[in-house]
Design a protein around this ligand. Structure first.
Ligand code: DAH
Length: 366
């Protein structure tokens, strides 16, 4: 302390100048090097902050130089002017060194920031990854196109149903054995996931009355254990046509035309008598194998035929359930599974592949 106070004011200034020079040297070297080297922006930023601190330390109100300035008035009159000069020139020297360093560093920072923000227009763009439509969607859309061309409306309806729509209105009373193979998943009391798209027949007739022509593609649910040909959730398409004078001939003609448009003009359709509670008479339909044309192959298990769906003339009880007069109107209905058809057409040996959502699988269809 004593030594410092006793120091000659000129020497004091000199030592302040030296102290600055010593600290500043590091910056000068850094700035020089960084003009050549590429340094990270964050480092240049922190360097700029340190430089500001350096200025405060050496030119600020609490700096040694500021203390020396206060001494000017106390120096004897003959030495005052000379001392004033010394202080001033030290201050000017430090200030100009700092100014220059700040300017250079500022320039470097600007360049770095520009570089970071600039866009290299020669870089190839990042392609948005295009999705694919699911194979079931592709098939559903083809089916829809065909039926729309035949004058059918597309109906979309709820997947959670009451017993009335899933069974009762479709002429499947409580305890009817036909309920058993369609055991489904129950939600809250009185509600269940629909086990067939036939429910949409009822909704459509309630909404539109007769005449009506519609198809309803959609998801259905059954309590099946998953295996290569079963999944507890799968897709069906329902068809319904109700009008005056509709006969079995209309059913056969429509299904046959649909399958010709789907699988080619030489496709043959076959109807086999069957039973469904909501149709009378009922028939299942098969079509000649799209792969071998009926010769017999792996796909049709050598039979030449592929079984596709059920159909029939709408049961009068179903028409009555929705307030349509069966004396005046008649109709046909049909239903088929999309997943099985999809698996056959794309040669899938396991329908569960359709529901695993593995993009490597899904990407293969378009
Ligand atoms: N709903 C039936 C099922 O899931 C399929 C079906 C058969 C629908 C005959 C119909 C039909 O519209 O007439 O097994």
């Amino acid at each position: 302390m004593e030594g410092h106070n006793a120091q000659d004011p000129t020497e004091q200034v000199e030592s302040a100048r030296k102290a600055f020079e010593q600290e500043f040297g590091r910056f000068a070297r850094f700035i020089e090097a960084s003009a050549e080297l590429r340094l990270p922006l964050s480092e240049a930023d922190s360097e700029q902050r340190s430089l500001k601190e350096l200025r405060t330390r050496h030119l600020g109100k609490k700096s040694a130089l500021a203390a020396s300035k206060k001494l000017i008035g106390r120096v004897g009159p003959d030495a005052r002017a000379a001392f004033g000069q010394v202080v001033q020139s030290a201050e000017a020297e430090i200030a100009s060194a700092l100014d220059q360093a700040e300017q250079t560093l500022g320039g470097i920072l600007q360049t770095l920031r520009n570089e970071r923000e600039s866009i290299d227009v020669t870089l190839p763009g990042r392609r948005p990854r295009l999705g694919h439509r699911h194979p079931i969607t592709l098939l559903r859309e083809r089916i829809e196109d065909i039926f729309v061309a035949l004058g059918y409306a597309i109906e979309d309806d709820r997947e959670i149903e009451t017993d009335f729509y899933n069974f009762d209105a479709l002429n499947i009373p409580q305890n009817h054995p036909a309920r058993a193979p369609q055991d489904t998943f129950y939600t809250t009391d009185g509600f269940a996931l629909r086990s067939q798209t036939s429910t949409v027949q009822i909704h459509a007739m309630q909404r539109r009355g007769a005449p009506v022509r519609m198809i309803a593609p959609g998801r259905v649910f059954r309590r099946d254990t998953p295996d290569p040909t079963h999944n507890p959730m799968f897709f069906q398409v329902e068809g319904l046509c109700v009008d005056e004078g509709i006969t079995m001939a209309h059913l056969k003609g429509t299904v046959a035309e649909f399958l010709r448009r789907m699988f080619g003009p030489s496709t043959v359709t076959r109807f086999r008598p069957s039973y469904f509670p909501f149709t009378e008479p009922s028939a299942e339909f098969d079509f000649s194998c799209f792969k071998c044309g009926g010769q017999g192959c792996r796909i049709c298990k050598n039979s030449g035929w592929i079984e596709l769906g059920g159909s029939g003339m709408v049961h009068p009880n179903v028409l009555r359930a929705v307030g349509i007069d069966p004396q005046r109107f008649s109709g046909f209905a049909f239903g088929l599974g999309i997943d099985r058809m999809c698996a056959l057409m794309y040669g899938l040996d396991d329908i569960r592949l359709l529901f695993e959502n593995d993009v490597r699988f899904l990407e293969q269809f378009e």
